[in-house]
Design a protein around this ligand. Structure first.
Ligand SMILES: Cc1cc2nc3c(=O)[nH]c(=O)nc-3n(C[C@H](O)[C@H](O)[C@H](O)COP(=O)(O)OP(=O)(O)OC[C@H]3O[C@@H](n4cnc5c(N)ncnc54)[C@H](O)[C@@H]3O)c2cc1C
Ligand SMILES: *[C@@H]1O[C@H](CO)[C@@H](O)[C@H](O)[C@H]1NC(C)=O
Ligand SMILES: *[C@@H]1O[C@H](CO)[C@@H](O)[C@H](O)[C@H]1NC(C)=O
Ligand SMILES: *[C@@H]1O[C@H](CO)[C@@H](O)[C@H](O)[C@H]1NC(C)=O
Length: 451
C-alpha cells in the first residue's frame, strides 16, 4: 500500500500567517513528511504587517458557543501556558457581556466553559457587578440593570487571556527556522497553475511570471484567498475596526490586570493593554471592499471577471484613509463608558487600522482538499477567531491532508458542497455592529457629511 505522503514529494504553502506558518511547522516535525520538500511563500517579508496574524494582541479564549471549539481552544491553552511561546501569553481573563439577541451566545459559551471544567468563571448579574469585578472605573450606570460599559448580563472567565500576536508569530517562525526544513520565499502569487484538462494544480505562477511547482499546493492566503480561487458564497474578506490609544506608565499599571471586555451586542472590545498601548476594536460584521478581478480559475487569456470583497490595506492601496469616523466614534464611546478618564475626545489615537477577517458562512474554518482540483488544499477561513489555535492548528491541517480531519470538526471544516449567497450567511452568532457596510460607500457618506 502506498502511504499518502508519497504522493507529496513537495508541498508549497501560500501565506505565512497563522494557517500557513503553523502548517509549515507541523510538516517539518511530522515523520510522515520527512522526505517532503517544503516551501512557504508570502507576498511580504515576515512578519507581514498587514496580515491578520500580526498585531499587538489577540484574545485567547475557550469561550465559544460551540463545544468543539471550546475543546480545541482548551487544548491550545495548555500549550500557551507551558511550551508554546509562554512569554507572549497572559492570562488576565475575559469578560463577555451582551444585552440583546447576542445573549444566547453568552449563555451557550458560559455553559460550554463550565461543562468543560473551568473553575474560574464568575457570572455577572448587573452592570454594577460587571464594573466591580472587571475593575472598570466607577461611572454612574443610568440604572442598575444596564450600563453602556458593562452590558446587562455576562460572565468573566479568568482562564482566558491574550497573546502578543506578533511576538508569538516571530517565536514560531524561529522554531520553524531551527528545524531547517522550510524554504522561505518572498513573492506574490499571481495565480494557481491549473491544468483544466486534468483538473490538477501543479503549483503557482508568480507576479513576475515565474513558476513554482509542487505536488501539493496549500492555499493559506487569509483574506486574500478569494483572489486566487473562486470562493464566492464560501469565504469573503471583511474589514474590522481597530484603534490604539497610547497610555502613560501609570495608566498602563492601573489597567494592566483587568480582563479583556467584549460586548457581543456591539462587537466592541477593549483588550488588556500591553506596552503602554490600549487597543479598542470591533468584532463585527465588518466592511466589505468589492473589487473586480480576473476570474482566478479561468484559463489564461479569458476575459471573465468576478467581483469579490478583498482587503485594502495601507500596503496595498495608495490612499491613507484612516478608519471611518463611525467606527472611531464607537470605539471612543466604549472607552468612555469603561474608562472615562482615558476617553477625552481630543486625546488622539496613536494608530487606527482596518484588519481583514476571512469570513465564512458559519464561522467555521475551511480546511480541506479542493473537491475539484487535485493537488490543491485549503487552510483558510479564519473567520476572525483562528489566532488562539496557533499551537494546534498546524496539526489539524496536516491530519486533514492525510484524510484524518479531527472528529469534532467533521461537517464543519469541509469545502462546502453549495455556495450560499452572502446575505444569507448565519455567522457564528458572535458578531455585533452595523451590517452590510461597503467601505468606499462609508467614506463617501463621511465626505458628504462633512461638507
Ligand atoms: C482585528 C482582528 C482581531 C482578531 N482577534 C482575534 C482574537 O482576539 N482571537 C483570535 O483567536 N483570533 C483573532 N483574529 C483572527 C486571527 O487573527 C485570524 O483568524 C488569523 O490570523 C488568520 O490567519 P491567516 O493565516 O488565515 O491569514 P493572514 O495572517 O492574513 O496570512 C495570510 C498571508 O498570506 C499572504 N498572501 C496573501 N496573498 C498572497 C499572494 N497572492 N501571494 C503570496 N502571499 C500572499 C499575506 O501576505 C499574509 O501574510 C482577529 C483578526 C483580526 C483581523
Ligand atoms: C453593549 O451594547 C449594547 C447595545 O449598544 C448596549 O445596550 C450595552 O449597554 C453595551 N455594553 C457595553 C459593554 O458597551
Ligand atoms: C495538462 O495535463 C495533460 C496530462 O498530463 C498534458 O498532456 C497537458 O499538456 C497539460 N496541459 C497544460 C496546458 O499544461
Ligand atoms: C471578451 O469579452 C467580450 C465581451 O465583453 C467577448 O465578446 C469576447 O469574446 C471575450 N473574449 C474572450 C477571449 O473571452
Amino acid at each position: 500500500m502506498v502511504s499518502i505522503p508519497a504522493q507529496y514529494p513537495s508541498v508549497l504553502i501560500i501565506g505565512s500567517g497563522v494557517f500557513g506558518l503553523a502548517t509549515a511547522w507541523e510538516l517539518s516535525k511530522n515523520p510522515e513528511f520527512k522526505d517532503t520538500e517544503i516551501t512557504l511563500i508570502d507576498r511580504q517579508p515576515f512578519p507581514a504587517a498587514d496580515s491578520s496574524s500580526i498585531d499587538t494582541s489577540r484574545i485567547i479564549r475557550p469561550d465559544y458557543a460551540s463545544l468543539s471549539y471550546t475543546r480545541l481552544a482548551s487544548k491550545a491553552q495548555l500549550l500557551w501556558r507551558t511550551t508554546f511561546a509562554p512569554e507572549h501569553y497572559h492570562e488576565t481573563g475575559l469578560a463577555v457581556t451582551a444585552s440583546g439577541p447576542e445573549q444566547s451566545y453568552v449563555t451557550d459559551s458560559l455553559r460550554n466553559v463550565q461543562f468543560h471544567g473551568t473553575d474560574r468563571v464568575q457570572t455577572l448579574q448587573s452592570a454594577a457587578e460587571i464594573q466591580r469585578v472587571c475593575g472598570l472605573e466607577a461611572n454612574k450606570p443610568t440604572d442598575d440593570t444596564l450600563s453602556p460599559g458593562g452590558g446587562s448580563t455576562g460572565y468573566v472567565n479568568w482562564n482566558s487571556g491574550w497573546a502578543d500576536a506578533e511576538g508569538a508569530m516571530c517565536w514560531l517562525r524561529r522554531e520553524v527556522e531551527k528545524l531547517n526544513r522550510v524554504r522561505f520565499i518572498t513573492g506574490t502569487v499571481k495565480r494557481l497553475n491549473i491544468n483544466h484538462s486534468t483538473n490538477t494544480v501543479s503549483g503557482v505562477i508568480l507576479s513576475d511570471d515565474s513558476t513554482l511547482t509542487a505536488s501539493l499546493t496549500i492555499l493559506a492566503a487569509g483574506a486574500w484567498s478569494p483572489s486566487l480561487l473562486d470562493l464566492r458564497g464560501i469565504c469573503k474578506a471583511t474589514g474590522q475596526a481597530l484603534v490604539y490609544l497610547p497610555l502613560s506608565a501609570s495608566e498602563q499599571a492601573k489597567v494592566a490586570n483587568n480582563p479583556t471586555i467584549l460586548n457581543l451586542s456591539t462587537g466592541l472590545f477593549i483588550i488588556t493593554p500591553s506596552r503602554k498601548s490600549l487597543k479598542v476594536a470591533r468584532h463585527g460584521h465588518g466592511y466589505t471592499n468589492p473589487t473586480t478581478i480576473p476570474h482566478p480559475e479561468a484559463a489564461p487569456g479569458s476575459n471573465q471577471t468576478i467581483t469579490i470583497s478583498l482587503p485594502a490595506t495601507h500596503l496595498t492601496t495608495h490612499t491613507q484613509d484612516p478608519l471611518p469616523l463611525e467606527a472611531q466614534r464607537q470605539c471612543r464611546d466604549l472607552l468612555r463608558s469603561v474608562y472615562p478618564s482615558l476617553s477625552s475626545p481630543s486625546r488622539p489615537w496613536s494608530k487606527t487600522r482596518i484588519c481583514w477577517y476571512t469570513d465564512t458562512r458559519n464561522g467555521d474554518f475551511l480546511i480541506d482538499h479542493h473537491p475539484k482540483y487535485k493537488g490543491l488544499f485549503l487552510a483558510t477561513g479564519g473567520a476572525g477567531h483562528a489566532f488562539k489555535f496557533l499551537p494546534v492548528i498546524g496539526e489539524c491541517v496536516v491530519e486533514s491532508i492525510l484524510g484524518r480531519m479531527p472528529e469534532d470538526f467533521r461537517g464543519k471544516w469541509e469545502f462546502p458542497r453549495q455556495r450560499v449567497p452572502e446575505e444569507e450567511w448565519a455567522g457564528d452568532g458572535s458578531r455585533g455592529g452595523p451590517e452590510g457596510v461597503v467601505l468606499a460607500e462609508e467614506y463617501e457618506r463621511q465626505r458628504k457629511g462633512r461638507l
